[in-house]
Design a binder for this molecule. Sequence first.
Ligand SMILES: Nc1ncnc2c1ncn2[C@@H]1O[C@H](COP(=O)(O)OP(=O)(O)OP(=O)(O)O)[C@@H](O)[C@H]1O
Ligand SMILES: [Mg+2]
Length: 312
Amino acid sequence: MVMTGEVVLETQGLAKRFGDLQAVQDLNLQIRQGDVYGFLGPNGAGKTTSIRMILGLISPSAGATRIFGHDIRRQFRQAIRQVGAMVEGPAFYPYLTGRQNLKIYGRLSGGVSDFRIQEVLEMVGLGHWGEAKVKGYSQGMRQRLGIAQALLHRPKLLILDEPTNGLDPQGMREIRGLIRRVSQQQQEGTTIFLSSHLLGEMEMVCNRIGVMHQGVTLVQGKVDELLGHAADMASIHVDQTDRAKTLLKEKFGIEPQLIKPGWLEFPLQDRDLFPVNRELVAAGLSVHSIAPRRRTLEEYFVNLTGESKDVR
Ligand SMILES: Nc1ncnc2c1ncn2[C@@H]1O[C@H](COP(=O)(O)OP(=O)(O)OP(=O)(O)O)[C@@H](O)[C@H]1O
Ligand SMILES: [Mg+2]
């Protein structure tokens, strides 16, 4: 059994240059056993290029990757043996069914039963679509089949490039559930490395993240440490937001923001919320709720780069 916290995937100074373009610079990742690691960055940041290098699909201009201690270039077979991966736009035989595609893929390395194929189809929500030809699949269904293929061999390290691409909100929720289940499956836990440009999505499933921007890693760490354990925002649901704003400014010097109709927010800064509540109620306002909350990853990132939503 693998010891908890053991380094499963490591890159050292990984870099890729395409002509004049430095697509990835000095990438130093450390993914530990049991991590669900979110590799975040806007379109063109270098996520897919990094993943291709990690998987040995393209060679780096500099640096190295080790998976389970094996160098991906010099010991490819040992390094890749326990890895399941899906990289941008998985390719299938369009005139074969989903099940046939998985069967062919499973045969390449052997040891995959029909039972397991049905199991992974069900895991990704394609249980009833195994007999349909892939050419008739929607983009979201192809994406799911790609994830099923990556899971086929019960990998100890699962690498997924934008797994929620092309999925609707319901589909995204299902994949989030799947990622959580897979990460807790197997006694020692499956380690998961996934890329995305959707911060909100990643915050819900990842324990660690790395943020990449124009090939450069801006920040890496545990989500809890980056965002802090404590709540640092206050959220108020009140009937008269304009009056509440005036009151908060007058009495406490707080300048809250209107987030949506009826909802105000402001940085908590260790403030006690009881007096704030009392003041609002005393002025005759109806306070539906008043509560501290933790910053979101999106808010953290906006602070970090001055950029807005979804790292775009
Ligand atoms: N084979 C290639 N030849 C030349 N340039 C490339 C090649 N592959 C990627 N690039 C460039 O490298 C940069 C990083 O691309 P990459 O696909 O890794 O980004 P990404 O983070 O995966 O983006 P997305 O969110 O759109 O998938 C981009 O500017 C892209 O145009
Ligand atoms: Mg990509």
